[in-house]
Design a binder for this molecule. Structure first.
Ligand SMILES: [Zn+2]
Ligand SMILES: [Zn+2]
Length: 123
């Protein structure tokens, strides 16, 4: 399981996490707030995002970061929002570095079919 080796709050602006595989991630609190998965931000049933990302203030601070169990972080943001639980797995997924962004792009399907398969395609 992926877990942080080091969590460092850099002023109120960003959070730096070094993961157990030594991958460094740096998140602005705005980015974290935009990816909050709590019931106020994401519709539990449909999974649709209720929060409008562009409405999150650009200079949003993080007031408090605490560790929840051994699987997540709880963050209190400068706008008073504190209901979000940021599961490590999710945090790693939203790592904004170039490497992770490239990896999270939907990969193009590799298709291995014979000519015979293609013939039976229904248009
Ligand atoms: Zn939320
Ligand atoms: Zn990354």
């Amino acid at each position: 399981m992926i877990a942080p080796k080091e969590i460092r709050k850099q002023g109120g602006k960003s959070l730096k996490i070094t993961w157990s595989d030594n991958h460094p991630s740096e998140y602005t609190f705005r980015l974290l707030r935009q990816n909050c998965q709590c019931a106020m931000c994401v519709d539990e049933r449909s999974g649709a995002q209720i929060l409008k990302k562009e409405e999150v203030p650009v200079a949003l601070d993080g007031l408090q970061v605490n560790i929840v169990g051994n699987y997540a972080l709880g963050i209190t943001f400068g706008d008073g929002h504190s209901t979000g639980i940021f599961v490590y797995k999710h945090l790693r997924k939203i790592c904004p570095c170039e490497q992770c962004k490239a990896e999270s792009k939907p990969a193009e399907a590799k298709i291995y079919l014979d000519k015979e398969d293609l013939k039976t395609r229904v248009d």
